[in-house]
Every structure is written in structure tokens, then in C-alpha cells.
Design a protein around this ligand. Structure first.
Ligand code: NAD
Ligand code: IPM
Ligand code: MN
Length: 349
């Protein structure tokens, strides 16, 4: 039996609620296979910040580096200044652990209601490869003349040839592994001419290594329209950090809701642990009420299993989710734990 060191960061709001269900399913799949997870839970988030002022201390970051993989719930709390935990904890982890690929599948499962008319699961099946360590997320910029009528806030988008090329190469690999073999660059090169052109040239360069992959380009504004009007246009998308953030919430909405959207912050070279988490946040509006859908976290656990080489276990979790989703419409409202129990049972059964 293989033992895998798993760090768990439940975080804030609904984070702990959905993470318990993710772990329940992980336990169910591990107990029937030859995998064991050696779990360490990290108390990070709003409570720790209130207690100590810490977000992600260096000592914890160093411990995380020694783990094989990380499962995170969500961070962010209305009682903490916006950005403190998001930047200090989540983005710090993504940057320090070099999660340059933020992998976000957008897939409509059979039986799941979509707000789009006349679409079938074949129409919505894409993977967004969102850049994870650059763009407007770097924190470069600042404020001048704060709190005056002449305040100036700049927030730079930083894009490097190295960073852009590596995420594009990863996206080509994903595209090459899928039946349609189509890669669309989503950007805004008609306005963000410096960064857009850097992405375009990298796309052309790397395309030469993947003659089997068709490439396409779409401005991000048009892409949001096509997500709704013609989602079939897209197979694999590669895009910058901020555009990827925005279009994947839209992707979640068209594919049945944010409660189903999974993601992985991947370090493909495995120089540090990758981190899996639902696309959604801490949902303070429903926290503590047992209303959160844990499916996104459970599907993130499936991605985690794939990442550690447990493809069979990953497929079992996905199948259990897909079977549960197929019957959901008939079942009425269920609590967070009821959904987790039902999926865990299918995994074991
Ligand atoms: P959110 O994703 O937390 O919530 C948006 C809406 O979706 C809310 O109405 C919420 O109730 C609903 N929702 C989210 N997850 C759900 C689930 N599993 N089941 C059912 N409904 C669900 O986004 P927000 O409201 O913009 O942000 C809330 C906080 O979360 C902020 O502090 C934000 O910074 C943070 N955030 C963190 C992450 C993360 O940790 N990766 C991601 C997004 C937002
Ligand atoms: C996400 C979130 C984060 C992001 C925030 C909380 C920093 O919205 O994971 O999608 O913008 O990446
Ligand atoms: Mn987001």
C-alpha cells in the first residue's frame, strides 16, 4: 500500500463543511484500494488571523512543501479586510508553490440543469487552463495620494515569456490528449497589446511542437458571449490569470452551478505540492447552514487522485458523482452531508 502525505486546509465559511465531505469520499475510495493518505490539517484562515495576525506563516509554508498534495476548502471572511486572506494565504500558496497551471474543467454532466436552452452534455465539455502565477495577480502597483480626490491606483499585469510559454505548452498537452484537439487562446489583444502579443507569439511558437492541435483565438468579451450562445466552440482554453478567474465562474454557471466546479492549482514539474480546491469561495451567505453543495470539492478530490497517479480511484469518484447528479433532480433538496454520504456510499458500493 502506498502512503501519500496530504495537507488539508479547510479554511473559512463553507470551506470546512465541503472539505469534510471531500475527505469522506477520499476515505471511501482509499479504504477499498491500496492507497492511504497521511493527513495533516492546517488551521489557516480568518480564525487564525484574528488570533495571531498570521495568514500563511513561513513555517507553515515550509511544512506544506514537504507534503505530496494539498486539499483546500475556501478562504475569505466578511470580518477580515478583503484581500488579506485571499492574497496572504491563497495567492501566497499558489505563487510560492509555483502553481502556474490553474486547471478548471467545465463540463455539463448528464441530468444536470443548465440555464442554457437546448444544450446537451456534448455541447459543454471544456478545460480552462488558467495561468496561475502572473498577470494582474502579482500585486505590482500601488496607490498615490490616497484618500484625496486625486488618488491614483495602479495594478499592473505582469507577464513573462517564461511564464506564458510554460502554461501554453501545458494547455497544448491537454488539448493533444483530448478527442477534439482544439486550443483557444482567450485574451484581449486588441487592447492589452503588450501582454496579448506575448501570448500570441508564444502560442505560435509552441504550436509548431503540436501539429495535431488546431489553434484559435477569441477576445475575452466575445468568449463570455460564446460561453452562453455557443459553448461548443470551446475544447481547451488557455488564458491569463484574471480572465481565467472570470470565465470559469461563468463556465460553472452554464454547467450547472458553482457548487459543481472543481479545480486544481498544479505544479506540473512537481517541484512543490499541487493544491486542489473548488472554484467557489467561502460563501458566507450560506455558511454553517448545511446548504453548501460539496460536489465541487469531491470532484476536486478526483482531480487530486489523478494527480497522485490513482486514475482508477479518480474514475470511481467521478462515476459516483455522475450517478448522483443523474438522480438529483428527482431527490429534492439535500444537505451538505447527505450529498457527501450518498456519493461516498456509491464509491464504496
Ligand atoms: P462565493 O463563491 O463564495 O459565493 C458566490 C455565491 O455562490 C454565493 O451566493 C454562495 O452562496 C454560492 N455558493 C458558493 N459555493 C457554493 C456551494 N458549494 N454550494 C452552494 N452555493 C454555493 O463567492 P463570493 O461571494 O464572491 O466570495 C465570498 C468569499 O470567498 C470572499 O471572501 C472571496 O474572496 C472568497 N473566495 C475565495 C475563493 C477561494 O478560496 N478559492 C474563491 C472565490 C471567492
Ligand atoms: C478563485 C478565487 C480567487 C482567485 C481569489 C479568492 C483570490 O476567486 O479561486 O477563483 O481570484 O483566483
Ligand atoms: Mn474566482
Amino acid at each position: 500500500s502506498r502512503s501519500i502525505r496530504l495537507a488539508v486546509i479547510p479554511g473559512d465559511g463553507i470551506g470546512p463543511e465541503v472539505v469534510s465531505e471531500g475527505l469522506k469520499v477520499l476515505d471511501a475510495v482509499a479504504s477499498s484500494g491500496d492507497l492511504t493518505f497521511e493527513r495533516t490539517s492546517y488551521d489557516l484562515g480568518a480564525a487564525r488571523w484574528h488570533r495571531t495576525g498570521e495568514t500563511l506563516p513561513d513555517s507553515v509554508l515550509e511544512e506544506l512543501r514537504g507534503q505530496a498534495v494539498i486539499l483546500l476548502g475556501a478562504v475569505g471572511d466578511p470580518g477580515v479586510p478583503s484581500g488579506t486572506l485571499e492574497r496572504g494565504l491563497l495567492l501566497r500558496a499558489r505563487f510560492e508553490l509555483d502553481h502556474y497551471v490553474n486547471l478548471r474543467p467545465v463540463r455539463l454532466y448528464p441530468g444536470v440543469a443548465t440555464p442554457l436552452a437546448g444544450v446537451t452534455p456534448e455541447d459543454i465539455d471544456m478545460v480552462v487552463v488558467r495561468e496561475g502565477t502572473e498577470g494582474p495577480y502579482t500585486g505590482v502597483g500601488g496607490v498615490l495620494r490616497k484618500d484625496t480626490p486625486h488618488e491614483v491606483a495602479t495594478q499592473e499585469s505582469v507577464n513573462t515569456a517564461y511564464g506564458v510559454e510554460r502554461v501554453i505548452r501545458y494547455a497544448f498537452e491537454v488539448a493533444a490528449s483530448r478527442p477534439r484537439r482544439k486550443l483557444t487562446l482567450v485574451h484581449k489583444d486588441n487592447v492589452l497589446t503588450f501582454a496579448g502579443d506575448l501570448y500570441q507569439r508564444a502560442l505560435k511558437r509552441v504550436a509548431a511542437e503540436f501539429p495535431q492541435v488546431t489553434t484559435d483565438y477569441c477576445h475575452v468579451d466575445a468568449a463570455t458571449m460564446f460561453f452562453v450562445s455557443q459553448p461548443r466552440r470551446f475544447d481547451v482554453i488557455v488564458t491569463d490569470n484574471l480572465f481565467g478567474d472570470i470565465i470559469t465562474d461563468l463556465g460553472a454557471a452554464v454547467a450547472g452551478g458553482i457548487g459543481l466546479a472543481a479545480s486544481g492549482n498544479v505544479n506540473p514539474g512537481r517541484t512543490a505540492p499541487s493544491m486542489f480546491e473548488p472554484v467557489h469561495g467561502s460563501a458566507p451567505d450560506i455558511a454553517g447552514q448545511g446548504k453548501a453543495d460539496p460536489t465541487a470539492t469531491i470532484l476536486s478530490v478526483a482531480m487530486l487522485l489523478d494527480h497522485v497517479g490513482a486514475a482508477d480511484a479518480a474514475r470511481r469518484v467521478e462515476r459516483a458523482v455522475s450517478d448522483d447528479l443523474a438522480e438529483r433532480a428527482a431527490l429534492g433538496a439535500r444537505s451538505t452531508t447527505q450529498i457527501g454520504d450518498a456519493i461516498a456510499k456509491r464509491v464504496s458500493g
